[in-house]
Ligand binder design. Structure first.
Ligand code: HEM
Length: 101
């Protein structure tokens, strides 16, 4: 309890400040882009996995395109994951603190 307000309402008041709202928007966009990158990296990874077998069965798959997508978007996914971790670090810290106490 600070400023005579219960904790719950204090954090809500903080969240409505301009900086916090921009932070929340950035976090949201990083998460959405991360989801799309995860999906494409995962799907192209499956293409790379079944590509050789499909070729043996006479089913041509766009392995070369998938390979390019997988490598570039895979590394973008990895890099953005670090940004995602950094942006969500306070939440993550409080989660682990709660787990260990
Ligand atoms: C999302 C889950 C992922 C799946 C299911 C997946 C799956 C695969 C598969 C099946 C291969 C082919 C392996 C082979 O040729 O024997 C591969 C290759 C590769 N993956 Fe992934 N992967 C994933 C995520 C990532 C990420 C995040 C990165 C980058 C940080 C990455 C980088 C690579 C690279 C550099 C190759 C080698 C490509 C080549 O041989 O030309 N992958 N992956």
């Amino acid at each position: 309890m600070e400023n005579g307000k219960p904790m719950k309402y204090q954090s809500m008041a903080k969240l409505s400040s301009r900086g916090e709202r921009m932070g929340a928007t950035l976090r949201m966009w990083v998460s959405i882009v991360l989801f799309v990158l995860w999906l494409i990296t995962g799907i192209s990874g499956v293409f790379l996995l079944i590509g050789p077998l499909a070729a043996k069965l006479g089913i041509p798959l766009p392995v070369s395109l998938m390979d390019t997508l997988h490598i570039y978007l895979g590394f973008a996914f990895f890099g953005l994951s670090v940004v995602h971790l950094a942006l969500n670090w306070p939440a993550m810290k409080s989660y682990f603190r709660r787990l260990t106490h």
